[in-house]
Structure formats: C-alpha cells, structure tokens
Design a protein around this ligand. Structure first.
Ligand SMILES: [Mg+2]
Length: 237
C-alpha cells in the first residue's frame, strides 16, 4: 500500500515533499455529469455493437464505407441528444470548491466529441451561479480527437507533462473501467464513481466513492492506495 498525504494547503505547507494528489483529471459523461447510460445503450443497439467491444473500436475496425459513415453520423446524433439533457453530477461543486481552495489542478479527458465537451464548458457551466464559476477551471480539455484515447494512458501523461506534475501525483476519476485503466497505466491513482451498474470495475479502482463529493473526505484526510493493481484489460467494456 502507498500512503497519500492530505491534499490540503496546510498539509502541503507542513510537508511539501510528501506524496499527495496535486491534480485531478475527470472523465466527463457520468462523472462530471449525470450518466448517459441510456444513450450508450441506444448506440449499441442501433449499431449492433457486440458486448465486450468498444463502440468506437467497432465502427473503425469492423465497419466499412457507407455503413461506417452512417454509424459515425448516428453516434454524433445520439451524442447531440444526450448533450441537451446534460446535468452536473450531484456534489460536484463542493468537490471543485475544495480542489480550487487547495491549489489542486483539474482537467478533463473524454471520449465524447468536441461539441459535447464545449457544450459542457460553455453552456452547462455557464448556467452555474457566478460565484461558482471560478471552480470550473479545467485545463486542458481533451476530447476523443486526442489519440489514442482511454484506456490508453497517453492523455493523462500529456497532462502530467503539461502541468509538470508526476503521474503518481495525479488522480483519474471516472465511472468506467477504461477511466481506471487509463489512470493505472499512467501510474496515477484511479478513482471510481460507483453506480449500481458499474460495480464490475471496482477491482481496478484504488479509491471508490458513491457520490463525487465523497472525494473531499478522501483527499482531505489522505488515503492508502494499492498501487500494485495491474492495468490489464480484464474488466470488460
Ligand atoms: Mg463516463
């Protein structure tokens, strides 16, 4: 087990060299926002994506020509519908406020498209009260055009380099096994936002919370993480 010291300003001032989380990278759908499970199910159904195969992998590797173009179009259309109903994850503001107050940086890595990411940043965040908006200072914002995307660690390692913060000082938070694998493969802490239908991913999580603001207590108190969990692809998709 590896001990992570509290991510508070006070703890950082008292022991600056301790291993602690200095940056948190979030998945978007189902993590910063309420889950879009129904829309993902609809995509799988319409495109006839077999269980155990990632939707985007299926389109790019198994479909050709007209059929592939149609599938890409349907994904964008279904994502656009899901975007209209986008809502903040309950407790998110409290977590972001804590991170902001303690100089912990934040970023987003999503497999969604740029329009959906921009909609989150420009429309959903803009609906928040003005006093909350400074907490939403995610930078950088990586969508699926940053390749290879999750579960590859490349996006997270890119952020690590951009921030000048070592991967072991970063936490990747998500509601899917691929978010956790991305974190593990980068050498970072992987935190699962647990719902009734994603418990299969628990074995790949260093930290599990049932509401996103559960991370406030974890980060404020410090925690132990089993950094020996391996990043092999056995948790399903
Ligand atoms: Mg997600």
């Amino acid at each position: 087990m590896v001990y992570y010291a509290p991510s508070t300003r006070e703890a950082a001032a008292a022991d600056p060299a301790a291993r602690r989380i200095r940056g948190v990278v979030f998945d978007m759908d189902g993590t910063l926002t309420v889950p879009i499970t129904e829309y993902l199910r609809q995509m799988r159904r319409e495109l006839q994506v077999p269980d155990g195969v990632r939707i985007l992998d299926y389109i790019d590797m198994r479909l050709e020509g007209e059929r592939r173009a149609w599938a890409h179009r349907r994904v964008l259309e279904i994502e656009a519908e899901a975007m209209q109903g986008m809502e903040l994850s309950p407790g998110l503001v409290a977590l972001l406020q804590f991170l902001h107050a303690n100089d912990v940086r934040t970023a987003i890595i999503t497999r969604n498209n740029r329009a959906a990411l921009d909609h989150f940043v420009n429309n959903v965040v803009a609906r928040q009260p003005p006093e909350h908006r400074p907490f939403f200072s995610f930078d950088p914002l990586l969508d699926r055009s940053f390749a290879p995307t999750k579960p590859a660690p490349d996006g997270l390692l890119h952020i690590s380099r951009q921030w000048g913060i070592a991967p072991e000082h970063l936490m990747m938070v998500g509601d899917h096994g691929d978010d956790l694998l991305c974190g593990i493969r980068a050498g970072s802490v992987a935190a699962l936002l647990r719902y009734s239908d994603n418990r299969a991913f628990e074995p790949k999580a260093h930290v599990v919370v049932d509401r996103i603001d559960g991370l406030v207590a974890v980060l404020a108190a410090g925690f132990e993480a089993d950094m020996a969990i391996d990043g092999d692809d056995t948790v399903g998709v």
